[in-house]
Structure formats: C-alpha cells, structure tokens
Unconditional design. Structure first.
Length: 136
C-alpha cells in the first residue's frame, strides 16, 4: 500500500488561497472541499489541506502560529529544472507571495532553490538537485 502525505495548513481566506494555488497550477479535490477546507493535489500521493483558522484550531486543539514572526515548518517541493524553480517562485511572487532570500539553498551547480512565503506566511521552498548528485 502506498503512503499518502496530507499537510494541513491554516489559512485566513480559503477562496483567496485557492486562487493563489490555482494560479501556481494546482488542482483541488472537490470531494474534500467545503467552507472550512479544501484538498490541494500536489502529486499522486501528496496533498495539502488548506483549512480556515477557526476550523484548524478546533482540529488542532491549539492556536495558530503567527507566521509573521514565527515559523513552525517549511514545505519543500522539488522542481525538474532551475528554470522551473524560477518559474514557480516568480509566479508566486506575482500573485502576492513574498520571497525569502536564502543563499544557502544554492550549492554550486548541484543544487538550486528559492524560498517564498504564501499569502498566509507559510514557507514554500522549491528545489532542483542535479540527478547525478543523488546517490542510489
């Protein structure tokens, strides 16, 4: 059996978040979408549940981290080329995302990445790694 990954992220404005991620090319599973949450499809076994703050608090039994001053996690996704990294991040910035300048994400010619905060301040890192550098 394959393992699915569901990342749950609190969002302030569900419709605005759906527009943002739709603009980045993602689709959503309508079966798991209502006024409280939506299921964004990242890949065959990777999903992001965008959950409005009040409902997220009920599920987590805790408050929501203030992403303007604190970080709980960073989500890193791969890209198939350096150009695709730039394309994703530049598109996110054009739709209201804020870039984080992280020189450590770039290691010579073997690794290239950029980091951006989405509309709710969640950190999305987009990375390309030279396939020759990945050991089998």
């Amino acid at each position: 059996m394959k393992t699915n990954i569901f990342v749950n992220l609190p969002v302030k404005d569900l419709n605005h978040s759906i527009e943002f991620f739709t603009g980045l090319g993602y689709t959503f599973n309508k079966q798991f979408t209502d006024q409280n949450a939506t299921c964004m499809i990242v890949d065959e076994n990777i999903f992001v549940m965008l959950v409005v703050h009040d409902f997220f608090k009920k599920l987590a039994k805790r408050g929501v981290v203030d992403n303007s001053s604190d970080v709980e996690c960073a989500i890193c996704i791969s890209a198939e080329s350096k150009e695709k990294v730039d394309e994703w991040v530049n598109k996110a910035i054009s739709m209201g995302g804020k870039e984080n300048i992280v020189p450590e994400m770039n290691v010579g010619d073997s690794m290239y990445g950029r980091s951006v905060n989405d509309l709710d301040g969640h950190i999305w890192e987009v990375m390309w790694m030279d396939p020759k550098m990945i050991q089998k």
